[in-house]
Design a protein around this ligand. Structure first.
Ligand code: GDP
Length: 294
């Protein structure tokens, strides 16, 4: 039963990101180009007719299962994301979290088929901070941060019903090329064979311009049909006049993805420093998870 659910989820979850003006020329699932504003939210409603609204929703937003695109209204869109909240959202509170164990090989991971979300990102992206913020516990995520150390897949059981998984980081600044390659051989097996994986949470630092290694990683996941949500981190970091703002970096990231992607995943802005986006991300995860469970 798991694979059909995952496949259905995957096909529902992806919509390309297009500005309203160009959306009408491309079909929903076969769209090959897009661009996006990170400010798709209730505060900036596009002035569109009803049918145009449906087209806009189909092409720029992530429409979860159970939603008629024509019925999407602005207040159903999670703040600072392209994610529409649907009927499966709920049970987003984290009441209990327990560390289950570390696996040195993908085949050693828990085998109970509970749905899971895997966090992935460049070293220093804010992965530990995000995990700790999601579960509201300090230092739950104690992943190895040194290149060359044993890389482990850490499983945390949340509310005794779903897993939050901490994957090894990639792109250590001082790591030799061989250490970078190790990441892919180690983690590839997990992605390709983990049937209970509901979504990868690919963390991307919004306080810096798009990095090639993040784009490479996103490309690999996309090419291999691994469901993912892009979680932009450090969105509180406002740069001085020289640097780009998080929303500008996010826009650039979307533009670069446009070159390489046929379809585009849901995305959301977060900050572990302020808690921005935390509850919204948990709601998004709840709707994917609850749909999976049904
Ligand atoms: P990891 O290597 O991906 O686990 O990253 P960490 O969670 O250890 O964070 C790396 C650094 O970024 C630390 O100095 C954090 O304090 C900082 N950091 C993490 N998240 C945020 C955030 O949301 N905003 C800001 N301003 N800094 C953050």
């Amino acid at each position: 039963m798991l694979m059909p659910a995952r496949i259905r989820l995957f096909t529902h979850r992806f919509s390309s990101l297009l500005p309203p003006s160009s959306s009408s020329s491309l079909p929903f699932r076969n769209s090959t180009s897009h661009s996006a504003s990170p400010h798709v939210s209730a505060t900036k409603p596009p002035k569109l007719s009803v049918s145009d609204t449906a087209k806009f929703a189909q092409t720029i937003l992530f429409i979860p299962p159970g939603i008629n695109p024509e019925k999407v209204t602005d207040n159903m869109i999670l703040t600072s994301s392209n994610i529409v909240l649907g009927p499966y959202a709920g049970d987003a509170k984290v009441k209990e979290v327990q560390f289950v164990g570390s696996s040195s090989r993908p085949k050693d991971c828990p085998k109970d088929d509970r749905p899971e979300f895997a966090t992935l990102g460049r070293s220093n992206v804010g992965k530990s901070s995000l995990i700790n913020s999601l579960v509201r516990k300090k230092e739950v995520a104690l992943t190895s941060k040194k290149p060359g150390k044993t890389q482990l897949i850490n499983h945390f059981l949340v509310n005794r019903s779903w897993y939050l998984v901490d994957l090894p980081g990639y792109g250590f600044a001082n790591a030799p090329e061989s250490a970078r390659m190790d990441w892919s051989s180690f983690t590839k097996g997990y992605f390709l064979n983990r049937e209970s994986l509901v979504s990868v949470l690919l963390l991307v630092d919004a306080s810096v311009p798009p990095q090639k290694i993040d784009l490479d990683c996103a490309n690999w996941l996309g090419r291999n049909n691994i469901p993912m949500t892009i979680v932009f981190t450090k969105c509180d970091k406002m740069k001085n006049s020289k640097g780009k703002r998080p929303d500008e970096n996010i826009k650039s990231f979307q533009e670069l993805i446009k070159e390489n992607y046929k379809i585009h995943p849901p995305w959301i802005m977060t900050s572990s420093a302020t808690g921005f986006g935390r509850d919204e991300l948990l709601l998004h995860m709840s709707q994917l998870r609850n749909y999976w469970d049904n």
